[in-house]
Write a protein that binds this ligand. Sequence first.
Ligand SMILES: Nc1ncnc2c1ncn2[C@@H]1O[C@H](COP(=O)(O)OP(=O)(O)OP(=O)(O)O)[C@@H](O)[C@H]1O
Length: 363
Amino acid sequence: MSPFDRDAADELLQPDMMGSEAEIAFEGALRPKSLAEFVGQQRVRGQLQLLLDAATIQNRTPDHILLAGPPGLGKTTLAMIVAHESGRPLRLSSGPAIQHAGDLAAVLSSLVPGEVLFVDEIHRMARSAEELLYLAMEDFRIDIMVGKGAGATSIPLDLAPFTLVGATTRSGLLPNPLRDRFGFTAHLEFYDPAELVHVLRRAAVMLELQIEESALVEIAGRSRGTPRIANRLLRRVRDYALVHGGAATRDVVRSALELYDVDELGLDRLDRAVMNILLTRFAGGPVGLNTLAVSVGEESETIESVVEPFLVRIGLIVRTPRGRMATRAGWEHFGLAAPDETISRAVRPARETARQPLFGDEL
Ligand SMILES: Nc1ncnc2c1ncn2[C@@H]1O[C@H](COP(=O)(O)OP(=O)(O)OP(=O)(O)O)[C@@H](O)[C@H]1O
């Protein structure tokens, strides 16, 4: 088997793939309800808290918020927290569901005063709807077009004040006029293993699973910095411990995750395919993102929003002005010798980070 093969891990490690109904229900139950309960993202939490407190003092709706970052890092959860903490109702929608200006007009005109409108994948909303949103965000007003051609007229419609919370994995795709209308943009970062251990410990309690601390650290190190994946791996470990009738120890975690081909760094089939092409066909790069995407038969959006941020973060590739390049650690992870001029980057030491004091005061 080539080091680039193995695909059983795919379903477990895809942060943008939702699982079974049971998993969705589990995710829902796990969502923290307040900023204080939300693990990690200390900076974003502080910024959001200030924004919400200021709105409360002034007795107005909080400013519009854009949440940007890879899938599974907690954007939906934060939107729910914004509504919960400010005591306002929440309406859920998504960019792909808004394919016409009329779809958005229907949602906006039915909002109650102060409602929080969450639009997931906002970069996938139709252009015509985006334009309608500019005025709505700025003045709480929309112009509805009636009729066609020369006889068309626009009827202004006042809206209830609302807070838009947009989520995107591709903030670069949002047109500037839309981006500029958000009072605050939060960039969510991948989680450190210590933070994931905290997320996992909370989930283990909900699953009524007895699990050793070292086992949590082991799962955290393989979770791609993503709480959704950490929780998903924990469920598989729970199954394994249940079937084999033992406590969830570090060895049990290793055996369970080996069964699912989740390697020590948490790489999946697509990561391996990208690394394979980069190392073997392009001699480690530099190579452009689109070329990589075409070579592995995947959308460049997926490579850019899911694969690349993770590979860069763990130090297997770097972005250079001429394209993406494999690092020395990237070559070595696949058991290949790096050319002399290769850039050195340490693989982000998942376990070592986790051995440091686990939680700061903010957790
Ligand atoms: N900071 C956190 N603390 C605890 N649990 C978290 C945290 N962030 C995310 N989770 C958990 O991870 C799961 C996924 O989170 P969520 O759905 O909010 O991610 P998302 O960024 O909206 O993903 P997507 O972009 O795919 O919709 C949820 O079960 C949530 O409870």
